[in-house]
Design a protein. Structure first.
Lengths: 302, 316
């Protein structure tokens, strides 16, 4: 370690004279990209996201092939005879949902992207880095925007990779029973791209919550509560009451239900929103969280 | 140049900074002194815009810090050596900071070299010692070659070698015409380093003057005398305008006369002296007396506190 300061090298060597312009979005974005790529937790989390989503999708696809196989063999679980034509009916049902079936792992994948989205901002607070960040770049709106854009890009790329990997893996498994689909068939490409979009927006929702709460555990708990627990609760609610206002009218607004319409390959009774309308509703939730996060990020003492 | 005008910050019930007005000038080291909890860190956070003042303003070279085009070329600050992500290497930490202000990558190598961390540039900072963390923080502050440097308690937890290193660094930075604003809760640390002192207690300004002025105003001269005729000398010295008190071990301490005057007085009156020692009351003591009424938390007896600070001063 240097024990004394050598006065000649003191400061200012490579800095050069003050350039024109001002510190802004582009530099801050580069900085945020460096931040996200220079910690190991990013890679572990992304790897977990891909493995969990693809793996669970593959498992679910395999389960569907086994189910179909049993019907084709003509015996039910209790050993009875299966009427003719039922196997074909099941095969069609699976084929119609083939893309979504292969994406089933996104149910767990969303939980992991929620962790990553929350960490993207709460880790600044838990480590104290936020003070360094805002001293280097005191224009908070710029910092927030740069962080948000960099995270969105990472989440979108990884989300799409995950979704396509899960799709191809799942279809390879389903093809063993000839119930797979290809990207060229109706709604399939929308479903697979939708899976990636869904993951990215899940992450952004969590990012917004993280900016509001500033605590990792709290933000993750809130994100999972909003995406997963609400959805589970909606499965337990009693059936539709008679009258003009049914359960489906409430259920469709639940974030997971609205957001997952985009990776539903065939409209079904569970999702009254059409794919893009449901996704737009979901984006509104994320936008609300981000705006609230930004307002607090700018206003509060850091 | 840092200028605060009526700067006030309230956290709920607590008034952390109370109507502070001061100016920190370039080309010298300004010490920012106050007991723990006096509001030093809060003031620095207000300067950087990390906290918003409840009222009043603070500017850096005439503008709010956040309005400068290239903030890192304006101010470099070390508020907290722990304000880094421990999972990131020293190099990557500095890289992500430098990129915000479009600073060249070569600069990172320079500051790492300057603070002596080149060899551990690729290591993650959660394995760093307190001293290394402090050096990394200083490297970050120097990245933008800033006109103004702020260090909050920079020597906390450093070994004597590190303390000397920081002192020399601050002196060199000030000698280059930069503004150096450094906080401490120890007078002993500042008296040899700072050119100017701003003293606060409970968020209020107590004193704002040069270190020389502070020493002149606060260090009373005293003379310690040992004589076989203490009563006679006491009488004469009191008549000459001095205050006399008994010291431990039968010696006398005379305030208000210098050693030569006391020696002459004794000689003229034929009083034998066995000891004649000039002494300064410690600045640490003056500082503590000055801020005593404003200390937020009193820890035990004043004597204990004095003993502690004397110990800390010895280390520094």
């Amino acid at each position: 370690m240097a024990t004394a300061v050598s006065h000649e090298v003191l400061v200012g060597g490579a800095v050069g004279r003050q350039p024109s312009g001002r510190a802004g979005f582009i530099g801050t974005m580069r900085s945020e990209f460096t931040k996200i790529r220079s910690v190991r937790s990013t890679y572990w989390t992304l790897l977990a996201l891909v493995l969990a989503s693809v793996g669970i999708g593959a498992l679910f696809s395999w389960g569907q092939t086994q189910r179909l196989l049993r019907f084709e063999q003509g015996t039910t679980l209790r050993g009875g005879k299966v009427p003719a034509g039922v196997a074909e009916h099941i095969a069609n049902e699976i084929r119609n949902q083939a893309a979504s079936i292969s994406l089933f792992g996104l149910l767990i994948g969303q939980l992991i992207i929620i962790v990553l989205g929350a960490l993207a901002i709460t880790s600044e607070y838990s480590t104290g880095m936020i003070r360094t960040s805002l001293t280097a770049m005191p224009r908070r709106g710029t910092v927030f925007a740069a962080k948000c854009v960099v995270f969105s890009l990472v989440a979108l790329v990884v989300g799409l990779v995950t979704s396509f990997l899960a799709f191809f893996t799942g279809q390879a498994i389903l093809s063993s029973q000839h119930v797979s689909v290809t990207l060229g068939q109706p709604n399939v490409l929308r479903t697979v791209i939708g899976g990636g979009l869904f993951l990215a927006v899940c992450g952004l929702l969590s990012f917004g919550i993280g900016a509001m709460l500033r605590h990792t555990a709290g933000a993750i708990a809130a994100g999972i509560g909003l995406m997963f627990v609400l959805w589970i609760l909606s499965q337990f609610l009693p059936g539709p009451p008679s009258g003009w206002f049914g359960q489906a009218d409430i259920d469709k607004w639940i974030p997971f239900n609205a957001g997952s319409a985009i990776w539903e390959s065939q409209a079904n009774g569970l999702n009254p929103f059409s794919p893009w309308i449901g996704f737009a509703v979901f984006c509104c939730y994320a936008a609300a969280a981000l705006v609230a996060g930004l307002v607090l990020f700018r206003r509060r003492d850091a | 140049m840092i200028e605060a005008q009526g700067l006030t910050k309230r956290y709920g019930e607590t008034l952390a900074v109370d109507n502070l007005s001061f100016a920190v000038e370039p080309g010298k080291i300004t010490g920012f002194l106050g007991p723990n909890g006096a509001g030093k860190t809060t003031t620095m956070r207000l300067i950087l815009g990390l906290d918003r003042p409840t009222s009043g303003t603070v500017t850096v070279d005439g503008k709010q810090f956040g309005q400068h085009r290239w903030p890192m070329r304006e101010v470099g600050a070390l508020l907290d050596a722990k304000a880094v992500h421990g999972g990131r290497s020293a190099y990557n930490h500095l890289l992500c900071v430098a990129q915000t202000n479009n600073l060249p990558k070569r600069r990172i190598g320079e500051v790492l070299e300057l603070v002596g961390l080149s060899e551990v540039a690729g290591k993650r900072s959660n394995g760093f010692s307190l001293g290394m963390g402090q050096r990394l923080g200083i490297a970050g502050a120097l990245l933008g070659d800033p006109k103004i440097l702020m260090f909050d308690e920079p020597v906390n937890g450093l070994d004597p070698e590190g303390i000397l290193w920081i002192r020399n660094l601050m002196k060199a930075l000030a000698a280059e015409g930069r503004t150096v604003f450094v906080s401490s809760h120890l007078m002993s640390e500042m008296e040899n380093t700072a050119d100017h002192l701003i003293v606060i207690g409970r968020g209020k300004l107590i004193s704002d003057c040069t270190t020389a002025e502070f020493i002149a105003a606060n260090s009373q001269q005293s003379v310690r005398v040992r004589t076989p005729h203490p009563d006679q000398l006491t009488l004469l010295a009191t008549a000459a305008g001095a205050t006399v008190r008994d010291d431990a071990g039968g010696a006398l301490v005379l305030l208000g006369l210098n050693a030569a005057q006391v020696g002459d007085l004794a000689f003229e009156n034929g009083i034998r002296l066995h000891e004649l020692t000039p002494a300064h009351a410690s600045l640490e003591q003056a500082f503590m007396e000055m801020t005593a009424s404003s200390v937020e938390f009193h820890a035990g007896l004043p004597d204990e506190a004095a003993a502690q600070s004397a110990h800390a001063g010895g280390v520094a």
